[in-house]
Design a protein around this ligand. Structure first.
Ligand code: SAH
Length: 343
């Protein structure tokens, strides 16, 4: 049993089953949520630590990069040596952590670095929790005093391709025994797995849904996102309507502007037509070019024009502020620079 995968009462039960005092289970759970490693727990004897060592998490911060603007990029290393990326961004209203849901990704989007080597494996619910626990602690936070207030599932991986683990994770992180992060402060981003969007809507968690659209016709979308061969833009938008009807949450569209691919006046017009009458907001993103791919970002001026056009058609839209540019390559690129190491 890996303690990090379970709730407090289950950990206490397991400790009792091992013939150890139940209150130790509470202490173990407390230490995990506080992001402590086993060596740092002062209330346990060496003998006790040995007894629980194989069940206690050994994930760690492998490396950390701090930007001039305060953004922090973390590489988290899991017990099998796999590494993922997380980014902590500070805003006036709190701190948002962008976390990973898979090691690698099998969606194959042409502009994205996370998918270059395909999917290595899913992350477990406990591993996703530990990304947060470790980074919360690194920023002076604890179980009682959480520093991370908002979460976006927008790191490497496709969260809806790891559906059960992600759901378990969402339920755990929002519980009062964990960091009690409100579902309303959590956002999940997907390239558009329609059947799973429906399932997620039915869960009615109240998290925000973000769709990575990046094109205005299925034909163009297929050129940059293989998932477009499975689901059409219309099917995705219908699923978003269902999500809105079920949860009352407006949804978000992410649209990364790629020079000469999806950034024309006609694209702005078509995007506005697609979204007409829908309760949503468009986040325009400047492409962060990936060295291995031959795609370029739209000029800033063109992005501003594109944004103005959308607004003139009655669509709510903004250009996403880029943070931490001095410490990162494109999404997923940082991790790719590090060789997978065995611990
Ligand atoms: N798989 C999910 C979540 C991870 S990607 C999804 O597709 O939404 C998070 C966001 O970053 C997506 O909108 C994705 O399209 C965008 N993204 C990926 N690579 C990028 C790059 N090189 N430049 C800008 N945005 C990128």
């Amino acid at each position: 049993m890996k303690f990090i995968e379970y709730g407090e009462s289950e950990v206490c039960q397991e400790i009792e089953n091992m013939g150890l005092p139940k209150f130790r289970g509470k202490q173990i759970f407390d230490a995990m949520v506080n992001g402590l490693n086993l060596d740092e727990i002062t209330v346990f004897s060496q003998d006790f630590k040995q007894k629980i060592a194989s069940f206690y998490p050994k994930n760690k911060i492998y490396q950390k990069f701090v930007s001039k603007d305060g953004t922090k990029k973390y590489l988290i290393q899991f017990e099998d040596g796999a590494i993922c990326e997380c980014v902590l961004m500070s805003y006036k209203y709190g701190n948002t952590l962008c976390l990973s849901t898979q090691i690698g990704c099998r969606m194959g989007c042409k502009f994205c670095a996370s998918t270059l080597n395909g999917l290595e494996r899913n992350l477990t619910a406990g591993e996703m929790l530990d990304e947060i626990y470790l980074i919360n602690r690194d920023n002076g936070g604890s179980r009682k005093n959480r520093v991370i207030t908002n979460l976006v599932l927008m790191g490497s991986g496709e969260p809806l391709d790891n559906f059960d683990n992600v759901c378990r994770f969402l339920e755990m992180i929002s519980s009062t025994e964990s960091l009690n992060i409100s579902m309303r402060n959590i956002s999940l981003s997907t390239c558009g797995l329609v059947d799973r969007i429906i399932e997620l809507a039915n869960k009615n968690y109240g998290i925000s849904l973000t769709i990575s659209l990046h094109a205005t016709t299925d034909e163009e979308r297929k050129k940059i996102m293989p998932i477009a061969n499975k689901w059409s833009i219309n099917e995705i938008l219908q699923a978003c309507d269902y999500y809105f009807a079920k949860t009352g949450r407006r949804f978000y569209i992410e649209y990364t502007l790629v020079k000469g691919i999806n950034d024309s006046d006609l694209d702005a017009k078509r995007l506005a037509e697609l979204l007409k009458g829908k309760t949503c907001h468009v986040n325009l993103i400047m492409l962060n070019p990936v060295a291995e791919r031959n795609l370029h970002s739209t000029a800033r001026k063109n992005a501003e024009e594109f944004c103005k056009k959308l607004i003139s058609f009655g669509v709510s839209a903004t250009i996403r502020r880029s943070m931490g540019q001095d410490i990162s390559g494109a999404c997923g690129q940082l991790r790719n620079k590090f060789v997978r190491k065995k611990v």
